[in-house]
Design a protein around this ligand. Structure first.
Ligand code: FAD
Length: 386
């Protein structure tokens, strides 16, 4: 029998691809190998669960077993692929090897933690990048049995969403980051200040423009040491300092990778024919967008390619919707150098239009009531990958 189409990973990219494939072909043998529980969940909902006090089981739409049954695939949860042998067409899982037919790498991105976590504090310091991480943080909150003091390190999308969500869930949140405004990569400063104000008004304790000097365990608490500032005391620390594509397997197998991900062409093929990558791990013709719409488009195109019709993916001008109900924000980060940010609106309702040298709109950011302009502006902005 032919070796199965094999996917490494069971996140939104891998499961999205299998769903698309099954719509075309219900019989093809497919194997999914995944290091996590294999439960089907929506990762964007992780940063909305604490406000609603959702237990982890409420975030999982289906267990790994149900996914396997529903999609007619072989699923191997809690199984880490340790190497790809391209010449033999086999995967290594420790000492075991498995043949693959075509291979899809959908290993996502891992939290990047740029400082040391002392062992004595490790059980109180978390990252939340999948459902298993959410389970661990949720248990730590439950174990306290009272509202927690949570220090969040990092004021990017993930840090800001969790800050808003945990504060809405009744926890005392401190937000620490070296940048002077929240969401520095998505919002120009005036809009960042507006979000900072909305956070502060809701009781979030902002320590922006502050460098982290280190973390220390102090009894059942963690002292968050800041340069030029007194320490903060927290029950729990959440580190949200960015994500790095998990390229190690591909790099060790000799596939072309960069810091931005596994390099693939617009048919999602890596430097090796028959081996593909999509989702947060893939850098598609120079673009790694790391959000859902691009991976859905990639899954659709790759399913057509794997079904025998080579298909190139394209991405539209798809804005990122930041889940900070304290002040809704939407951004389409510019893909080219910005000559001028034109700021419109007042108070918390702001629109920032990124203009190129020739005056053309190349991106935008919106807060408050101005988020309603997203459709009109996206129509005028250039696509991410034409
Ligand atoms: P992942 O979901 O990370 O899946 C990777 C899979 O690979 C996992 O199953 C893992 O176990 C497996 N794996 C890794 N290494 C191995 C190995 N060696 N062997 C076997 N398996 C392995 N995007 C939006 O568009 N809108 C949002 O509102 C939004 N909110 C977000 C909120 C949070 C808190 C986060 C963290 C992200 C958010 N995103 C959002 C981004 C979006 O969720 C991701 O782009 C998307 O989920 C990535 O899916 P993926 O399948 O590529 O990766």
């Amino acid at each position: 029998m032919d070796a199965p189409l094999t996917l490494i990973g069971s996140g939104m990219a891998a499961l999205g691809l299998v769903r698309q494939l099954r719509a075309r072909d219900t019989r093809r043998p497919i194997t999914l190998i995944t290091a996590d529980s294999g439960d089907d969940y929506s990762k964007p909902l992780l940063s909305t669960g604490f406000a609603k006090r959702l237990p982890p089981e409420r975030l999982a739409a289906r267990s790994a077993l149900e996914v396997a049954e529903q999609l007619g695939v072989v699923m191997r949860p809690h199984t880490r692929v340790t190497a790809i042998d391209r010449e033999a067409g086999r995967l290594a899982i420790g000492a075991e090897t498995l043949p693959y037919g075509e291979l899809v790498i959908a290993t996502g991105a891992a939290p990047r933690v740029p400082f040391a976590i002392p062992e004595a504090a490790a059980e109180r310091v978390f990252t939340i990048n999948d459902l298993d991480d959410y389970r661990a943080f949720h248990s730590a909150l439950e174990a306290l049995g009272r509202p927690a003091r949570v220090a969040i390190i990092g004021a990017g999308l993930v840090g800001c969403e969790f800050a808003n969500d945990l504060a809405a869930g009744g926890h005392a949140v401190s937000l620490v980051a070296p940048e002077t405004t929240p969401l520095p990569r998505l919002l120009p400063e005036p809009l960042g200040w507006a979000l900072g104000e909305a956070f502060a008004a809701a009781g979030i304790d902002l320590h922006l423009g502050r460098q982290l000097a280190g973390l220390d365990a102090e009894g059942s608490r963690v002292a968050v040491r800041l340069e030029d500032d007194p320490s903060l005391e927290a029950d729990l620390v959440l580190v949200a300092t960015g994500l790095a594509p998990r390229t190690a397997l591909a790099a060790e197998a000799g596939l072309t990778v960069s810091e931005a991900g596994i390099s693939v062409d617009r048919t999602l093929q890596t430097s090796q024919p028959g081996v593909y990558a999509l989702g947060d791990v893939a850098c598609v013709a120079g673009v790694n967008a790391m959000y859902v719409q691009p991976l859905q488009a990639s899954a659709k195109a790759l399913s057509a390619t794997l079904a025998g019709s080579p298909t190139e993916v394209s991405y539209g001008a798809w804005p990122i919707l930041v889940k900070t109900p304290l002040l809704p924000c939407v951004a389409l980060p510019p893909t080219r150098p910005v000559t001028r940010w034109r700021i419109e609106g007042e108070g918390m309702d702001l629109a920032a239009l990124a203009e190129a040298e020739d005056g053309r709109l190349i991106g935008f950011a919106l807060t408050g009531a101005c988020v309603r302009r997203k459709v009109e502006l996206a129509r005028a902005a250039p696509a991410l990958l034409v």
